[in-house]
Design a binder for this molecule. Structure first.
Ligand SMILES: Nc1ncnc2c1ncn2[C@@H]1O[C@H](COP(=O)(O)OP(=O)(O)O)[C@@H](O)[C@H]1O
Ligand SMILES: [Mg+2]
Length: 269
C-alpha cells in the first residue's frame, strides 16, 4: 500500500470530435463534471474472499491491497479464475470480504449493511457487465432513463447530453431487438454513466463482442476518465491500452501493478 500514492494524475480532455475522426487515444475524455469536486477514494486493505468452508475453503481473492485516489482508467487483468471478478465485487460492495476492509471515501463499505451498500452502489457507482441486460420492451432511451435516480428532474436533459457526447443519440428510439450486440453494450455504458457515478465498474465488458465492437465500448468507458474512476476487468490486455494503471491478478493474489500514466506526455489542458 502506498507505493503508488505519489503517482500524479494529470488528465486532459479533447473534443469528442476526435472520436468522430476515428481516433482512439487515451487522451480523449469528457469534460470534468464541475459539480463533482470532492476527491473520490477507494481503498482495499488486505482483502480476502473465501468460498466454501472447512477443507473446501478456496481463496478467490487472497490478501489484496490497492488504493485508488484519482480519476482515471484502471485495468485489472489476469487469466480466467484468477479472482478478477471477485475483486471487483469486493471493491464495489457487491460482496463482503471474508477478511480485510474496503473503504469508499470515509465509509467502510465492508462493514455496513447490505441496504446501505446498495444505496451507495445506486447513488455513486455505475456497472457494466459482460451482458448489457437491457429490457426488451423499453426503447434504448427508456432503458438508460430507468437507471436514473428517481425524481431527478434533470435526468432527461442529462440523458440527451450524454447520448450525444457518446455519439449514440441515433440509437435512442430503437428497441434492443433492433440493436447490434455492440450497440446494446454501448447503451449499457451510457446507463452506467447516467447518475454521474464516482466510479464505474466494468466486468469483462467486451468479452461477448468482436474486437472492433469491444474497442468502441472501451473507448466510451475511457471517455469518463476525467469525471471519475473507471475500473475495467478483462482477460484481454489489448482492451487496456492507454490505461493509467493495470493490476495483474494471479491465483487470487495481486501479482503486479503497472503504473502507466506518464504525466510528462499527459499535460492538463
Ligand atoms: N460462487 C462461487 N463459489 C465457489 N467458488 C467460486 C465462486 N465464484 C468464483 N469462485 C472461484 O473463485 C476463483 C476466482 O473466480 P473469479 O473471481 O470469477 O475469477 P475471474 O473473474 O478472474 O475469472 C475461481 O477459482 C472460481 O472458481
Ligand atoms: Mg470474471
Amino acid at each position: 500500500m502506498g507505493y503508488f500514492e505519489n503517482s500524479c494524475y494529470l488528465g486532459r480532455y479533447h473534443g469528442v470530435n476526435s472520436i468522430r475522426a476515428g481516433l482512439c487515444h487515451k487522451d480523449i475524455t469528457l469534460k470534468p463534471d464541475p459539480t463533482n469536486s470532492s476527491p473520490t477514494r477507494l481503498d482495499a486493505n488486505s482483502v480476502s474472499l473465501c468460498y466454501g468452508d472447512g477443507d473446501n475453503t478456496a481463496f478467490a481473492v487472497n490478501d489484496v491491497s490497492i488504493c485508488l485516489n484519482k480519476p482515471g482508467f484502471y485495468g485489472v487483468i489476469g487469466p480466467s479464475g484468477s479472482g478478477k471478478s471477485s475483486l471487483l465485487y469486493l471493491l464495489s460492495g457487491l460482496k463482503r470480504p471474508t477478511s480485510g476492509e474496503i473503504v469508499y471515501r470515509d465509509r467502510m463499505i465492508s462493514a455496513i449493511s447490505e441496504r446501505e451498500r446498495a444505496e451507495i452502489r445506486r447513488k455513486h457507482f455505475g456497472f457494466v457487465f459482460q451482458q448489457p441486460f437491457l429490457l426488451n420492451f423499453l426503447t434504448a432511451r427508456e432503458n438508460v432513463l430507468l437507471a436514473a435516480t428517481p425524481n431527478d428532474s434533470d435526468a432527461s436533459r442529462h440523458l440527451n447530453t450524454l447520448l450525444e457526447e457518446l455519439h449514440i443519440d441515433h440509437l435512442a428510439k430503437r428497441f434492443p431487438a433492433h440493436l447490434s450486440g455492440g450497440e446494446r453494450q454501448r447503451l449499457a455504458v451510457a446507463r452506467a454513466m447516467i447518475n454521474r457515478p464516482d466510479i464505474i465498474f466494468a466486468d469483462e465488458p467486451t468479452a461477448a463482442l468482436d474486437h472492433a465492437n469491444g474497442w468502441s465500448v472501451i473507448n466510451l468507458l475511457k471517455l469518463y476518465r476525467n469525471r471519475g474512476m473507471v475500473i475495467v476487468v478483462t482477460h484481454d490486455h489489448t482492451m487496456l491500452e492507454g490505461a493509467d494503471r493495470i493490476y495483474t491478478m494471479l491465483d487470487g493474489k495481486l501479482d503486479g501493478v503497472q503504473e502507466l500514466n506518464d504525466s510528462a506526455s499527459n499535460p492538463q489542458l
